[in-house]
Unconditional design. Sequence first.
Length: 82
Amino acid sequence: MTWNYRIIHHDKADYPDYAIHEVFYDKDGKVESWTSNPIDPSGESKAEVIRVLEMMIKDIKKAPILTESKLEKAIRDKIKTL
């Protein structure tokens, strides 16, 4: 399983917003799951926090924004086909 950081648009919320989440992919590269809560950069040192932030920025710059409602539908549809 692979993962990266992605921006997810929370379009179903009372106050829609955008947040960074870890997104996990199956062996075919399709989204399998994502963290329920947004990710706050953290680490055991200043350097590690900076490294995590740089990785987040690199990942979110190269990938399109995901939409929560579309992700949930894709997961439901995938489960139906298993």
